[in-house]
Write a protein of this length. Sequence first.
Length: 155
Amino acid sequence: MGPKRFRGPPCTVSELPKIDAVLISHDHYDHLDYLTVVSLNARFGSELRWFVPLGLLDWMQKYGCENVIELDWWGENCIPGHDAVTFVFTPAQHWCKRTATDENKVLWGSWSVLGPWNRFFFAGDTGYCIAFEEIGKRFGPFDLAAIPIGAYEPR
């Protein structure tokens, strides 16, 4: 299910170095791929911390993920042993739907990653969102941002 990929991933899960965390912005198939979740979980197990939107915990646990932190907008958390880096789930202008019956049952959002030397903003899939101003005031300035172009439907 979900959209067809036109290009393969840049590397396989087995080629990844050790990773500490995965950030999920929402549950659309192009941002939450079942096979990738299962592969990452098989490789890294409970050492990998998953930061996910509110409403996604059950799905993650259903597929064996143990170290899952579910956050509402403005919620924040860290990785044990790496308390100098904070992950904040922040609002975005989007929506969620994975099946015909679960529209907006999972939250969607952006991520602000706040470290002692650098700050990163990942906008997720979004159109312009009035909350961006608040995100910038609270957590900026950002050293790097990943911002999509053209995700404006539905309005």
